[in-house]
Design a protein around this ligand. Structure first.
Ligand SMILES: NC(=O)c1ccc[n+]([C@@H]2O[C@H](COP(=O)([O-])OP(=O)(O)OC[C@H]3O[C@@H](n4cnc5c(N)ncnc54)[C@H](OP(=O)(O)O)[C@@H]3O)[C@@H](O)[C@H]2O)c1
Length: 288
C-alpha cells in the first residue's frame, strides 16, 4: 500500500495515476473528503489528514510500503518559516509512529543552498527527515513547466510572457509534473538504505526566450518574453497581497544568479521525457 499526500494536486495526482496503472494499491491522503470521490472510484483507500495534523497523518501512513510526502507550497512565509515548520513537525512525528518501509519526499532544486530563500522550507524538511531512522529519498525537481500556467492568457491575448527568470537567454532547468510523478512512482517502489537525493529535469534546459517561441508556435501568433525589472518586484508582490516577499525574491535571485542549481549539476541529474510543448499545449487547452 502506498499513501500519497497531495494526491489532489499535480505531482501527487501524476504519481497516483502511475501506481494505479501498474496495479499498485494506493491510499489517497486528502484534507477535503469532498475531493476523494474520483480516487475512491478508481479503487483507492481514502484517509483524511491535514499536513499539520500528526495524529491523522500517522493513521494515514500506517501499514504502508511507501509514503509520499508533498509539502504544501507557501509563497509568503512568516518569518522563521513557521508554516513549513508546523508541517515538518507533524510529518516527522507521524512517520516515526507509522514506520513505513520507504519514504519519498518531494523537495526542490537548490534545497542544499545555504542562502536563506523560499526553498529553505525544503532544506528544513530534508534535515528533519534525514534524521529519522527510515529510508528516505528526496526527489528534487527543477522549475515546474506548469508554472507557465500564469502566462497563458497574457501570451494568447497580448503576445507577452512576463519573466522573473532573467536574463531572457539564460537556460533554466525545468521539468513537467508528469515526469516527476513517473519518477516518484519508481522511487517509492525501490528499496534503498539511508537518505538519498534524486535530482530531476527535462532533457534540455529552456530559456525564457525559447518558452516564448514555443508559445508562439502553438498559438500561431508572435509572442515574446519581457523581463520584469528586479527593482519593481518587491512593490509588485506587495501589491498582490504578499506580506513577506523577501524569501521569494531571493529564490528568484538564486535561479538568476546561479546559486540555485542541482547539487550534482546538469550532468548529474536524472532526465525527464516530457517536452515543454506538450505541457504548454495542455495548459492552453485548459484555459480555452
Ligand atoms: N512550482 C515549482 O516550480 C516547484 C519546483 C520544485 C518543487 N516544487 C514543490 O512542489 C510542491 C507543489 O506540488 P504541486 O504543484 O503538485 O502542488 P499543487 O498542485 O498545488 O497541489 C497541492 C496539494 O497539496 C494539498 N495540500 C495543500 N495544503 C495542504 C494541507 N495543509 N494539508 C493537506 N494537504 C494540503 C492540496 O490539497 P487540496 O486539493 O485540498 O488543496 C493538493 O493536493 C511544493 O512542495 C513545492 O515546493 C515546486
Amino acid at each position: 500500500m502506498y499513501a500519497i499526500t497531495g494526491i489532489t494536486g499535480k505531482v501527487g495526482g501524476a504519481l497516483a495515476r502511475t501506481l494505479l496503472a501498474a496495479g499498485q494499491p494506493v491510499r489517497a491522503v486528502v484534507r477535503d473528503g469532498g475531493k476523494a470521490g474520483a480516487w475512491a472510484e478508481q479503487g483507492c483507500e481514502v484517509a483524511l489528514a491535514e499536513m499539520e495534523d500528526a495524529g491523522a497523518l500517522a493513521a494515514a501512513f500506517k501499514d504502508t510500503d511507501g509514503v509520499f510526502v508533498l509539502p504544501p507550497s507557501e509563497f509568503d512565509p512568516a518569518p522563521g518559516f513557521l508554516e513549513a515548520r508546523a508541517v515538518i513537525a507533524a510529518v516527522t512525528k507521524a512517520l516515526e509512529e507509522a514506520h513505513p518501509r520507504r519514504i519519498v519526499c518531494l523537495s526542490t532544486i537548490g534545497a542544499q543552498a545555504t542562502e536563506i530563500n523560499l526553498l529553505t522550507q525544503r532544506t528544513l524538511m530534508e534535515q528533519a527527515l534525514s534524521a529519522l531512522k527510515l529510508p528516505v529519498t528526496f526527489l528534487r525537481p527543477a522549475w515546474f513547466m506548469e508554472n507557465f500556467a500564469w502566462d497563458v492568457v497574457s501570451a494568447r491575448d497580448h503576445g507577452i510572457i512576463a519573466s522573473f527568470l532573467q536574463p531572457l537567454d539564460k537556460p533554466v532547468p525545468m521539468v513537467a509534473t508528469a515526469d516527476i510523478g513517473r519518477i516518484a512512482a519508481r522511487l517509492i517502489q525501490e528499496d534503498r538504505r539511508g537518505s538519498n537525493v534524486v535530482e530531476l529535469e527535462a532533457a534540455r534546459r529552456i530559456t525564457p526566450n525559447q518558452a516564448a517561441e514555443t508559445f508562439a508556435r502553438i498559438l500561431g501568433r508572435p509572442v515574446h518574453a519581457e523581463a520584469v525589472p528586479r527593482e519593481t518586484w518587491e512593490g509588485l508582490f506587495e501589491s498582490q497581497g504578499m506580506k513577506h516577499p523577501k524569501p521569494r525574491i531571493r529564490m528568484l535571485d538564486g535561479f538568476n544568479e546561479g546559486w540555485i542549481e542541482f547539487e550534482r549539476g546538469e550532468a548529474g541529474s536524472t532526465k525527464g521525457e516530457v517536452a515543454l510543448e506538450t505541457v504548454l499545449c495542455g495548459l492552453i487547452e485548459g484555459t480555452a
